[in-house]
Design a protein around this ligand. Structure first.
Ligand SMILES: O=C1C[C@@](O)(C(=O)O)C[C@@H](O)[C@@H]1O
Length: 253
């Protein structure tokens, strides 16, 4: 058996055993920012990364989002930020057309105000690849995401989705699905596990809803690099409060 130096920081036999980072998904209207800052401060011990969900934060233009992110950076300089504008078709509230989505993300990248940018796999290939390239040039990590909000594709389809992402010059490959039965959660975790065997990307797999909670707590044992939680209300079905998430994840460390 070959021993591999793991992302866990120790010698383990299993390449896929990673310690996931806890990402808090932020959503707030403009008048709720002050109380949101307090909630982040109260929970800083349980958060590794902040996800700024632009589609849930009330603004309209890149300038609104940039202002919010700069304020977050000023207050929480140790926490990296993921910028996400989740479109309607992918389970978010964002109503921008592909060209507007491209323009917005381009402005965010050019401003260099985020550490990681979430780009949807289904964006037109040329626009998507341009954003990836631009982010790389600016030293911003890229997370390519795909959400299935209604069901869970077959294991073969899930692996194909991850394989598609492996062809891209990115840092994170993320797939989120909605399970209809327990077996769907196993499919997602199997796809993460098998993809991680020979991938240099950070692989992220999330099963949403009640049944999917297992993937949020135990995903690291299968190779999932990020797990998303909340500090108020769940942004997506099945999200756990970051405090509960961290304490449940401790059984794997
Ligand atoms: O992709 C994800 C994961 C997520 O959908 C979840 O289920 O926790 C929450 C989103 O904000 C994030 O962009």
């Amino acid at each position: 058996m070959v021993y591999i130096y793991s992302e866990n920081g120790g010698n383990v036999m299993d390449k896929v055993n990673v310690k996931p980072k806890i990402v808090v998904t932020l959503s707030a209207d403009q008048d709720q920012w002050e109380s949101l800052y307090e909630k982040i401060s109260d929970n800083e011990l349980y958060i590794d990364i902040i996800e700024y969900r632009a589609d849930l934060c009330g603004g309209e233009k890149a300038a609104d989002y940039i202002e919010d992110i700069k304020a977050l950076k000023e207050k929480f300089s140790d926490l990296p930020i993921i910028f996400t504008y989740r479109t309607h078709g992918q389970g978010g509230k964002g109503m921008k057309e592909p060209n507007e989505y491209y323009k917005l993300n381009k402005e965010i990248i050019s401003e260099q105000c985020t550490d990681i940018i979430d780009i949807e796999l289904l964006l037109y290939e040329d626009l998507r690849n341009e954003l990836i390239q631009l982010a790389k040039e600016k030293g911003i990590q890229v997370l390519v995401s795909h959400h299935e909000m209604e069901h869970t594709p077959s294991l073969k389809e899930l692996k194909a989705l991850y394989q598609h992402m492996q062809q891209l010059d990115i840092d994170y490959s993320k797939v989120a699905v909605m399970p209809e039965e327990g077996r769907d959660v196993l499919k997602l975790l199997t796809a993460v596990y098998e993809t991680k065997q020979d991938s240099h990307h950070h692989i992220v797999g999330i099963a949403m809803g009640e049944q999917g909670k297992l993937s949020r707590i135990a995903g690291g044992a299968f190779g999932s690099a990020l797990t998303y939680g909340h500090i108020g209300e769940e942004a997506t079905p099945g999200q756990l409060h970051v405090q509960q998430l961290k304490s449940l994840m401790e059984i794997y460390q």
